[in-house]
Design a protein around this ligand. Structure first.
Ligand SMILES: NC(=O)C1=CN([C@@H]2O[C@H](COP(=O)(O)OP(=O)(O)OC[C@H]3O[C@@H](n4cnc5c(N)ncnc54)[C@H](O)[C@@H]3O)[C@@H](O)[C@H]2O)C=CC1
Ligand SMILES: O=C([O-])CC(=O)C(=O)O
Length: 267
C-alpha cells in the first residue's frame, strides 16, 4: 500500500476508457481510498473528475507506481502492457484474457509471474462459477461445454464479413464450434469468456460453440460441466453494456470486485 495506515489509498492503473473502462472508473472511484491513473487514447473534454488522472503511455503508467493495474482495452493492449507490468512486479487484473490464446504470450506471462512473484488475476468477467469449474476439473474425466449466444447486434461487423447478416435476422447462425483458443483467436472481442472457462477447465477438455441468435434477449452464456463429481449447468443472461453490445455490463463489475478482493484480506 502506498500511503500511511491513517490515509490508505490504493493506486490503481486502468488501461482503456471504453465501455468497461468508464464503468470501472465510476465504480472504483465510488469506493473510498482508491486513486486511478488512466491510460486512454482520448481524455474526455471535462477530464476524469476527482481521484483520477490521465497517464500518457506504458512508461507513464509504470512511473506512476500503481499497486495494481486493470486492463480493459483489447487483446493487443493486453499483449503490450501485461508483460511489462508483471515484469515490474505489478499485478494485473485483465479483461482481454482471450489474448492468452497465443501460447507463446501465455508462456511468457507464466515465466514472468514465476520470476517476479507478480500475478495475472483472471476475473470471472461475463460469466461465473469459475471456482466450481476448476474444482470439477481436478478430475481429469471432467468435460466442459460452453455456448455463447448473443443477439446479431453484438456481431454486426463479423456477420457482414461472413455475408450472414440477413440469415442472422431469421434464425440462429453458428459462427464457431471448436476449442477455446481458436474461438478467442477468431473473435478476440467476443470470446474472452471461453478462454476464462478453458483456463479453469483445461484447454483439451473445453468445447466452445458460438451463435448469433435473433431470439437471444441478452448476452447469454451457457456452461455445462459433466464428470465423476456430478453434472452441472450454469446460464448467465447478461444485459449488454449500453456503450458496447458485444460486452456484458456485468464485466466491469467483475473487474472491480476482483480488484477489491485482491486488495482485501479474504481471498
Ligand atoms: N473477460 C470477459 O469476460 C470480457 C472481456 N471483454 C474485453 O474487454 C475489453 C474492453 O471491452 P470494452 O470496454 O467493451 O471495449 P470498448 O471497445 O468499448 O473499449 C475499449 C477501449 O480501449 C481502448 N484501447 C484499445 N487499445 C488500447 C491501448 N493499447 N491503449 C489505450 N487504450 C486502448 C479503445 O480505444 C477503447 O476506447 C475488450 O478486449 C473485450 O473483448 C469484454 C467483455 C467480457
Ligand atoms: O461480455 C460478454 O458477454 C462476453 C464477451 O464479450 C467476451 O467473452 O469477450
Amino acid at each position: 500500500m502506498s500511503a500511511a495506515a491513517a490515509d490508505p489509498v490504493w493506486r490503481v492503473g486502468l488501461i482503456g476508457y471504453g465501455a468497461i473502462g468508464q464503468s470501472v472508473a465510476r465504480l472504483l472511484l465510488a469506493q473510498p481510498g482508491h486513486a486511478l491513473g488512466i491510460v486512454t487514447r482520448s481524455v474526455p473534454a471535462g477530464g476524469f473528475g476527482p481521484g483520477a488522472e490521465a497517464l500518457g503511455d506504458l512508461e507513464a503508467l509504470l512511473d506512476w507506481r500503481p499497486d495494481a493495474v486493470i486492463e480493459a482495452a483489447s487483446a493487443d493492449a493486453f499483449a503490450a502492457f501485461a508483460p511489462a507490468c508483471l515484469a515490474a512486479g505489478i499485478d494485473i487484473v485483465a479483461a482481454s484474457v482471450g489474448a492468452l490464446q497465443d501460447a507463446a504470450l501465455h508462456e511468457r506471462i507464466k515465466c514472468l509471474c514465476d520470476r517476479t512473484g507478480s500475478r495475472l488475476v483472471v476475473p470471472s468477467g461475463a460469466v461465473g462459477g469459475i471456482d466450481h469449474i476448476a474444482a470439477a476439473a481436478l478430475r481429469p474425466e471432467t468435460r466442459v461445454t460452453y455456448i455463447s449466444r448473443k443477439p446479431p447486434a453484438a456481431w454486426v461487423a463479423e456477420l457482414a464479413t461472413l455475408g450472414l447478416s440477413e440469415a442472422a435476422q431469421k434464425g440462429p447462425v453458428t459462427l464457431f464450434e471448436g476449442d477455446a483458443r481458436e474461438a478467442a483467436a477468431r473473435y478476440p472481442k467476443n470470446l474472452n469468456a471461453g478462454l476464462t472457462i478453458a483456463l479453469a477447465a483445461g484447454f483439451d477438455r473445453t468445447s466452445v460453440q458460438v451463435l448469433a441468435d435473433p431470439a437471444a434477449t441478452g448476452n447469454t452464456h451457457e456452461i455445462r460441466i459433466e464428470g465423476p463429481l456430478g453434472d452441472s449447468a450454469m446460464r448467465f443472461c447478461n444485459a449488454p453494456d449500453p456503450a458496447n453490445p458485444k460486452t456484458s455490463a456485468i464485466t466491469a463489475y467483475s473487474l472491480v470486485a476482483a480488484t477489491l478482493r485482491h486488495f482485501g484480506t479474504l481471498q
